[in-house]
Design a protein around this ligand. Sequence first.
Ligand code: 9MG
Length: 278
Amino acid sequence: MQLDCAGKLLDLTRPQVMGVLNVTPDSFSDGGRFIAPAAAVAQAQAMCDAGAALIDIGGESTRPGAQPVSEADELARVIPVVEALAPRLPVPISVDTSKPAVMAAAVAAGAGMINDVAALTAPGALQVARDSGVPVCLMHMQGEPRSMQRAPRYGDVVAEVHDYLTQRVSACEAAGIARERLLVDPGFGFGKQLAHNLALLARLDRFHALGLPLLVGLSRKRMFGDLLGLAVDERLVPSVVAAVLAVQRGARIVRAHDVAETVSALKLVTAVRDAGME
Ligand code: 9MG
């Protein structure tokens, strides 16, 4: 299976890595490092060289407790970087945003995918995404980044996240977005406590029932701090292991900061899978 990301193809017959490029002053693990377009271009190029199959550019931090950013500020951070990268990179660019104006401007500047942690719930987002023609990742979040970790509660987290994603897929289809353009993501760490994140990872295979490619973001997340007592810069090993566990349960795209290490691990998973099919 291949996704057409504004003319650049993304092969989903094997698991792929989405490299994280935050052009924000305050993201939890790399805030402020890649705001200047030249630094962002160099980092994106390095992630491609390390095997990233797409690059996710975000101008508003979604870490727990993050303050919202104005539309003008987000546009000013993201669009110059997309414009600089789109003609240079061999892989698609995805834009990590929940704002319709940023989605539209980023796709006009050459982005080939929309990654929305709010699953196109902002007013006008469904229409902009439909008209953009590019694939869209719909993520589950309980609450909003500023407050989502205060007291997230679920009866059955797997069933509730599954039901939410089912409803958002239906809303997209009703708005005229073809199912073939959609990906889904359970949203690790977005309004979830450690037990919720572990249950979602353990039962990720449940999301196959949606019949859509599954994207996950586990890289350096707080769940590893909660479980293992590790600081952000000590979370490489659990991030890579979690990526492997997710792929073994059917994830097709893994969003990661440490691209080279994640690509190596997923190559091994794929090689073992292929050897078992011979
Ligand atoms: C932007 N962003 C941060 N974490 C993420 C995750 O887990 N999934 C997706 N789709 N986007 C994320």
